[in-house]
Design a protein around this ligand. Structure first.
Ligand code: AMP
Length: 419
């Protein structure tokens, strides 16, 4: 028997019947991002593996377990991008965007790839809409607040209702180092109570223990007596200003000292948005400030803040939402006999050249059959072309909603359809 092929595990097809919702998400995003003055950037879907090792950190789960590598002779080859920030920063440096604008406000749409164990809401290929605001001397609590506010404004515009925004601060790189020491101190006597992964994380990336999903680790973490003494006075003031600006913008948030984000590049404010309607994979999006990443990747000292939202999770969160704009076809052309196709094709060409969306069945089956195709195409009008009519230079035009029919000459068709 011939082998049937299936879509790879952890990926999915988006069929024409579902595409309107995707297009709507994209249209809403573009509209809002334009209002906030963000410009689109497109980068390749694969990059050098070193880019992600250097930016996300050797100890992050993404780099350790989830990179999908392309076959290569070289040891350090290419991987499918697992996220967008590193690529955008690579492009920012490579194209000298810092010389073009003081602040580059960039956004992207695109597929991301992670070799995860697939489950509901956790895919190997998924889509994100992301925002990065990058520029020298642009570290400002107002920009952070704007970026955070934009992320929830987007979610609300998509129709996501029940979401929770959590924020925290990691402070500067120095503060982060102090935070790491503080955590290690608090955890060192409890290592044996941690899961295998977290025992490993203790030395490699202690922050990750804070967001481990295992109940054993969550109990240990709940007992930790954390405070924000690791933060310098300056970092604390900065954080307070971010919160003030969020209040001005009317953004509701919950402070969460356990929120650390597992990637090396975050400093200062980090945030995550989750939805209680989603089960275990409940993160809709996340982001934060990453002031040292540009220089870490070979650029100059440039500040940056951004976020990424997961489109598939958003679609799960708004499941059942009606799509308002099912695409209608303006006109379906029916030729009742094979010999009429030449004329039918001429008509089809004229319609399309006049900006009228039009289609045809390509085979002169029965009128009933072709009417069925016209209905399935959601056609507003149908042109019926028969031998008698052709001889008189006429066609029959049927309004598919009212059922009304009229005859008109070839020259009148375009105007009658546009009426
Ligand atoms: P992250 O870069 O991991 O913070 O991801 C940002 C957002 O992308 C998450 O909040 C999710 O909404 C989405 N996301 C991340 N990983 C996956 C995945 N494997 N499958 C589907 N969506 C994902």
């Amino acid at each position: 028997m011939t082998k049937k092929f299936s879509v790879p595990r952890g990926t999915s097809d988006i069929l024409p019947e579902d595409i309107s919702l995707w297009q709507e998400i994209e249209a809403i995003s573009r509209n809002l991002l334009d209002i906030y003055n963000y410009k689109e950037i497109r980068t390749p879907i694969f990059e050098e593996i070193g880019l992600f090792k250097r930016s996300l950190g050797q100890t992050s789960d993404i780099v350790n377990k989830q990179l999908l590598q392309l076959a290569s002779e070289k040891e350090e080859g290419f991987v499918l991008r697992p996220e967008g920030t590193a690529s955008v920063v690579r492009s920012y440096i490579e194209n000298g965007l810092d010389r073009k604008d003081n602040l580059s406000k960039l956004f992207y749409f695109g597929q991301m790839f992670r070799g995860e164990r697939p489950q509901k809401g956790r895919l190997r290929q998924f889509n994100q809409v992301g925002v990065e605001a990058i520029g020298p001397n642009t570290c400002s609590p107002y920009l952070d607040a704007e970026v955070i506010s934009l992320s929830v404004t987007l979610l609300e515009a998509f129709g996501v209702k029940d979401y929770e925004l959590k924020i925290n601060t990691l402070g500067t790189l120095e503060d982060k180092e102090n935070f790491s020491k503080m955590l290690k101190n608090g955890l060192k006597d409890k290592i044996s109570n941690l899961c295998d992964d977290c025992r490993d994380r203790f030395n490699r990336n202690v922050f990750r223990i804070l967001d481990c999903k295992s109940s054993r680790c969550q109990e240990v973490v709940a007992d930790l007596k954390e405070d924000n003494s690791y933060l310098s006075e300056e970092s604390l003031q900065y954080y307070n200003k971010v919160k003030e600006a969020l209040d001005i913008l009317g953004v509701k948030y919950k402070e969460c000292s356990n929120l650390v984000r597992g990637l090396d590049y975050y400093t200062h404010v980090v945030f995550e948005i989750s939805s209680s309607s989603l089960g275990s994979q409940n993160a809709l999006g996340a982001g934060g400030r990453y002031n040292s990443l540009v220089s870490q990747l070979g650029g100059s000292a440039v500040d940056a803040v951004g976020f990424a939202l997961g489109i598939e999770r958003i679609l799960l969160a708004i499941e059942g939402k009606k799509v308002s704009n099912i695409k209608l076809l303006d006109c379906y052309v029916i030729a009742l006999d094979e010999s009429l196709f030449q004329k039918a094709f001429e008509i089809l060409k004229t319609l399309r050249e006049s900006g009228i969306s039009a289609d045809i069945s390509y085979k002169a089956t029965s009128l009933k059959n072709q009417m069925r195709y016209a209905n399935k195409s959601c056609a507003r009008k149908t042109i019926i072309l028969g031998q008698d009519e052709l001889e008189k230079g006429l066609i029959t035009l049927k309004d598919m909603e009212t059922g009304e029919q009229l005859q008109c000459s070839f020259e009148e068709i375009v105007n009658k359809i546009k009426e």
